[in-house]
Design a protein around this ligand. Sequence first.
Ligand SMILES: C[S@@+](CC[C@H](N)C(=O)[O-])C[C@H]1O[C@@H](n2cnc3c(N)ncnc32)[C@H](O)[C@@H]1O
Length: 290
Amino acid sequence: MAPLDAVVGWDEDTTAEAYAAFTRSFPMYGAASRDLARRADLADSRLVVDLCGGAGATAEAILELVPSQARVISLDNAAAMQRVGRRSLTDPRLSWVTAPAEELGDHVPGLADAMVCNSAIWKTDVRAVFAAAHHILRPGGRFVFNIGGGFAGVRHPDEKRARTGPSLNTLIRQVAARDYGYAPPPAAEAPPKLSLEAVTEQLSAAGMTVLDTEIIAQHGTMAEKKAWLSIPVFARPEGKFTHAQRMSILAKAYALTTPAAPTVTSWLVVVALRPREKTLSALAADVSGH
Ligand SMILES: C[S@@+](CC[C@H](N)C(=O)[O-])C[C@H]1O[C@@H](n2cnc3c(N)ncnc32)[C@H](O)[C@@H]1O
């Protein structure tokens, strides 16, 4: 077996360049970002945060909806991703902050009208991030994010309908087993990493409320899945493989598929809100029971 790859992370130029190239060629991150930005109610906003903004696909969607005098802060802890984003996104309303999501509160000046987080929240310490969201949002401000269906434990009906053969990931595991003796970890029924129940409970603990949720389906093709699995940070199988080996396994697995075959990815979308404080008269009415 080949030596273990250096740990592949987000703060690497190869991942950042491949991610940005994927985002330019395929709609996945751009479309998901536009969907979240639309739900964030940005028309009158003055300060908006793009949390875990990476190379800026979500910031771009936000910038399309905010007024001309608004400020947008894109925060991510991977400088390599932001270096790529800075090259193409030069809108003067946008500033880049390199910091962990959990330390968001130290980097947002004033109260933000909204925060958007595409395709990342389950990678963070959500308790810390939800508490920080409450801290940086104005009362009535929205925090809109999505959770990959596998992490949230949800599947849109389209995903079940679209499945006609083995997934590319299944084929990757089969080829890796055949060519490298790869033994996949036992398929134990693991609980979802971040269910809606857990999100609701942790938002509530942070003083936030859930305004809306929806399970949505994103439609793509096998060719898009292959391009996505070529980004170093997403390449499979996990374990002791070099990137070159993973790419060779991917090519063989992909050859067993139909490139135009439809694929469906499910997402759980959550619109959370920092509630408005009650007025003195509303509090008095609560006390008196009216
Ligand atoms: C799939 S990318 C999404 C980027 C962007 N939102 C988009 O839609 O293109 C995930 C991003 O989350 C960032 N990330 C993951 N965990 C983080 C954390 N704890 N703090 C800050 N950024 C984080 C990674 O560096 C990466 O850029």
